[in-house]
Each structure stands twice: as C-alpha cells, then as structure tokens.
Design a protein around this ligand. Structure first.
Ligand code: CTP
Ligand code: MG
Length: 392
C-alpha cells in the first residue's frame, strides 16, 4: 500500500503572514484540506502523515478530525528544514507502506491522475517525480553574477511534488543524506546521489506551490467553476462590506473601543476583549471580500480567543484579505453609546487603527452618536457599532 507524507511545517515567510499558509482558505476549504482530500481519493493510498509545527499541531488535529472522507492519518512534528520535517514523518511509516509519496501540503491543485501515475512509475522504476517542461531559459551563473553556461531548455524540466519512491530506497537515501550532512531541496536529489534512476512523470502547470500572496490568487482562479468565489467577474471594481456588532455593558470589565482603553465605570462583556468597534470593522472587511464573518474565523467557544486583543484579530483579517489580493480602501464607522463621551478619544482610536492596519489615519473615520436615551444603547445597557469598509 501507499503512504503519503505531507510536509506542512514551514514558516510561510514569503507569504508574509503570521498564519501558516496551509490554513489559508482556497475556495471553500483550507489549502491543507484540499490537498489531503485529493490524495484520499486514490484507492492505492491508505495512510497520510502530515508534518506540522508544534504550534500548529492542535489546530491541524482539530481540522482533520472534523473533515470527512480522509484516509487514516497521523501527525508528525517538523524540523528546521523541509528535509528534516520529512525525515520526522518517515519515522511514522506504517508496516504496510511499500511505496512512499512526498507531497508539499502547499500544492493543493495536484490532480488525482498525476498522483496515480507517480505511484505506478515509482513501483516500476523505484523512484518517480512529477514535473513539467521548463518554460523559461535557465542559466548557470558564477559568484560575480556572470553567466557561465546555458543548458538547452528542451532538456530541462521543472520539478514539483508528488515524488514517490519504494520504501527501502527512500529510507536508505535519507539515512545516507543524514550521514553525509547533505541537504537537498527535494527528495529526489537524495535518491539521485545514492545512484538510483528517477522517472519523470508529466504533470500540470497548474500544480503550483502556494508561496506568495499572488499564488493564492492564481490558485483561486484555477479552481473548478462551481467553487469560484464571486470576485472574478470584475476585478476592476472595488468591493464594499458592512459590519454591525453589539456588546453588553457590565461591571468589572475594561471598556476597549478601537483598541483604545476608555475611562468609564463599566466595560463590555464578551469572550474576547469585546471591542465592539473592531468587531464591526472586521465583519465589514470580511463581508467586502465575501470571506465569511468574525464568528466563523474566531469562534467564541475557542479557548485561543478568550480575552484576546481584538487588534490582533484585525491584523489577522487584514493579512487574510491581502492573501486574497485585496487592500483596504477606506473605513467609515459609527459607535452608538449613550455614555461615556467619546469625542476626546476619536483621534486616538483612528491613529491606533491606522497603526494596526498600516494605512493612513485619513482613510479611517470613526464617529460616535447617542440615541437620545432610546433603546438599549440609550438606556446604557450596551454599545453598538456599525462599519462600512471598501476594499480593492
Ligand atoms: N516545510 C516543512 N518544514 C520546513 C520547511 C517547509 O514541512 N522546515 C513544508 C512547507 O510547509 C510547505 C513545503 O514544505 O508545505 C514547501 O515549502 P515552502 O513552500 O518553502 O513553504 P514555507 O517554508 O512555509 O514557506 P517560506 O519558505 O516562504 O517560509
Ligand atoms: Mg521554505
């Protein structure tokens, strides 16, 4: 049977995000899940090993547990380099795994056909890797940036994953690499240096590795039509979103509005810091991008968000829409509160939000109003906030 190992323990540095890119949404599901589901469709594969950072372990476990239709799986903890991550994954190989596939968790668009062809070729030749003909001319250069050699393009391929090997061969290659302190950029290079032949399996150009934010936009557009988000009909038009939130005023809580502490004898109740203004802004941003709502991204029954600084959530949402190719155009908002008087804080709140979002404070408007004593806000039972956000 076949076991597939998924390195997913990178730091997503080039994605420029605090969240591991394997959690980013692609269409209707996270990148990692899309990858694992495609492999789970192959009748030859019976076990999946996902290699993750210690920090992501609980999140991945939770995500996999709630996903239907996956083959049996296990989680290994990654190392400082991709190769070390895979070496850790190999320690969990089940007895019955005679073929091992390695596939970047960050390549969610791989096709079932390519997976099965790599398995077949690995059985036949010992090792097989997915690749596409090189489109660009590639050159060797020296340390002074002069060209030393131009290999003929027709003899070059660009290598992807999956890469598949007979179990013994791959284990021996990893063992030898460890003894020699050799660090390769793919698995095949470890096998090549112990002298075995590797077969090229023709893959698709669409099997891209999600590396920078542009890749996510590209991957989005390569998804089947039925799960295309509605962004594609007019990329030229800006998009607008609305957000609304209410929290109850109670004793013994701080009042935080727009990430600024307000002097008042009451505070807002909630699972997080209950920053009603930021919550409305977050919903408006997510709404503009049609990416769900705050409760979906940061569930209020999740212990990780208990008491969390909502400024941190805003930062993450900003990162998320950037990963989808959007930027914030402007924000307008209104806080509805009978008391306390908010005018003295408005400039400070705008400056703080501008700092969090790394945009000019002239793009952020914050207004406050009372309701003349009417309704729950008028009676001082709670505070509400509205926000509109334009993204482009
Ligand atoms: N990977 C891993 N362990 C590492 C480094 C990378 O398991 N120490 C995984 C990544 O999670 C990814 C795959 O290997 O699925 C390909 O790596 P890459 O695209 O470079 O991802 P990152 O290392 O996360 O990104 P970056 O290099 O931009 O930080
Ligand atoms: Mg990397």
């Amino acid at each position: 049977m076949v076991t597939a190992i998924f390195p997913a323990a990178g730091s997503s540095r080039r994605m420029g995000s605090d969240i591991n890119k394997i959690f980013l949404m692609l269409g209707d599901e996270p990148v990692l899940i899309r990858t694992l589901k495609t492999f789970s469709q192959s009748p030859r594969i019976n076990f999946l090993i996902v290699v993750v950072n210690e920090n992501d372990k609980d999140d991945v476990e939770e995500l996999l547990n709630k996903t239907d239709g996956l083959k049996d799986w296990a989680i290994a903890i990654g190392g400082s380099e991709r190769q070390y991550s895979i070496a850790n994954g190999l320690k969990l190989l089940p007895e019955d795994a005679d073929i091992v596939l390695v596939h970047d968790a960050a390549r969610p668009l791989v096709s079932l056909t390519v997976i099965e062809e790599v398995i077949e070729a690995a059985e036949k030749f010992g090792g097989a890797i997915a690749a596409v003909p090189e489109k660009n001319t590639v050159k060797f250069i020296d340390a002074q940036n002069f060209v030393t050699y131009t290999p003929p393009r027709s003899k070059l391929v660009e290598v992807q994953t999956p890469q598949g090997f007979r179990r013994e061969l791959l284990l021996r290659a990893y063992q030898q690499a460890e003894e020699d302190n050799f660090l390769g950029t793919d698995d095949s290079s470890l096998v090549e240096r112990i002298g075995d032949r590797i077969k090229i399996v023709k893959s698709d150009y669409s099997n891209i590795k999600i590396t920078t934010p542009e890749d996510l936009t590209m991957a989005q557009s390569l998804l089947p039509d039925e799960i295309q988000p509605a962004v594609t009909h007019s990329a030229a038009l800006p998009r607008i979103g609305i957000g609304y939130d209410v929290h109850k005023l109670v004793h013994d809580r701080n009042l935080i509005l727009g990430n600024v502490k307000i002097d008042y004898e009451l505070g807002l109740a909630g699972h997080s810091d209950a920053d009603v203004l930021i919550h409305a802004i977050i919903d408006a941003i997510l709404g503009a991008a049609a990416l769900g709502d705050i409760g979906q991204h940061f569930p209020d029954n999740d212990v990780r968000y208990k008491g969390i600084d909502s400024g941190e959530l805003l930062k993450r949402v900003d990162m998320l829409i950037k990963a989808h190719g959007y930027k914030i155009g402007n924000i307008d908002s209104t806080i509805v509160a009978q008391k306390p008087k908010l005018a003295p804080y408005i400039l400070k709140i705008r400056a703080r939000l501008a700092e969090i979002l790394q945009i000019d404070s002239s793009l952020i408007s914050v207004k406050a109003t009372t309701t003349e004593g009417l309704g729950f806000t008028g009676k001082g039972e709670g505070i509400a906030a509205y926000a509109n956000v334009l993204i482009y």
